[in-house]
Design a protein around this ligand. Structure first.
Ligand code: ATP
Length: 228
């Protein structure tokens, strides 16, 4: 079966006080298993933007996030960080990027504290106290629990804890709300808004209704395809 595509509708630009373009996609094309997921997709993401990538299962949302993060290559087109192709400024881009994928890098055989400690140390954030951060994501009392023994939501919170202490401006988050309860979703939304107000950006996939973020703040990139 041949598949055709796509795209997409990059909704109205947000009016913001941070005009710096952090990330740009220039004519990105992604093909998987002879299926065009998106074709010549271009957009700019400014400091202060919260961007939701939308589309049905299999539309290519994770593929797009991974390409933006430089974890996989597009069939054609390029990703730019402040105007430079990310392959030419890899170190600077990585220093400014916090990527949390589907699996979120939490090791089941380590405790919640050990997991966070590890991710803070390899990112150079030695000054932060893991227990204090875990308290912010409601994991006080679970610091020494093995991540593999935590509930799905607590496991996800362990991964998301890093968002509370990072200097990275570019957050790329694949389904950050998965398994998170209502209060946790609200706290994350507030965190995203605060991050955007500080001049960061959030690029995420989610099937969650993001209307609380507000149309003035939220931009959407819609991916779609159809079979023929
Ligand atoms: N490395 C790969 N090799 C081959 N096919 C792939 C690869 N990665 C993704 N695909 C295919 O590309 C399509 C899009 O996958 P992707 O994970 O990007 O979709 P998605 O929109 O994030 O879906 P979901 O909402 O279910 O998470 C799927 O059909 C998937 O099987």
């Amino acid at each position: 079966m041949l598949c055709v595509f796509l795209i997409l509708d990059v909704e109205d630009e947000v009016t913001d006080s941070h005009p710096t373009t952090l990330v740009s996609a220039d004519a990105l094309t992604c093909i998987r298993e002879e299926r065009i997921l998106f074709d010549e997709l271009s957009f700019d993401i400014q400091a202060g933007d919260i961007v939701q990538i939308e589309g049905p299962n299999g539309a290519g949302k994770t593929s797009l996030l991974r390409i933006i993060a430089g974890l996989s290559r597009p069939y054609a087109g390029e990703v730019l960080y402040q105007g430079d192709n990310i392959t030419r400024c890899r170190d600077e881009f990585n220093e400014d990027l916090l990527y949390l994928g589907h699996l979120a890098g939490v090791k089941s055989e380590l405790t919640a504290e050990e997991n966070l400690n590890f991710s803070l140390r390899i990112s150079g954030y030695d000054e932060f106290e893991p227990r204090e951060i875990l308290s912010k994501v409601n994991l006080t009392g679970f610091e020494e629990a093995l991540a593999g023994h935590l509930s799905a939501g607590q496991h996800r919170r362990t991964a998301l804890a890093r968002l509370w202490h990072t200097n990275c401006r570019i957050w790329i988050l694949d389904e950050p709300f998965t398994a998170i309860d209502k209060k946790g979703v609200e706290e994350l939304e507030q965190l995203f808004l605060a991050h955007a107000d500080r001049g960061g950006c959030v690029i995420m996939t989610t099937h969650q209704d993001m209307s609380k973020i507000g149309d003035d703040k939220l931009r959407k990139i819609k991916l779609d395809y159809r079979f023929v």
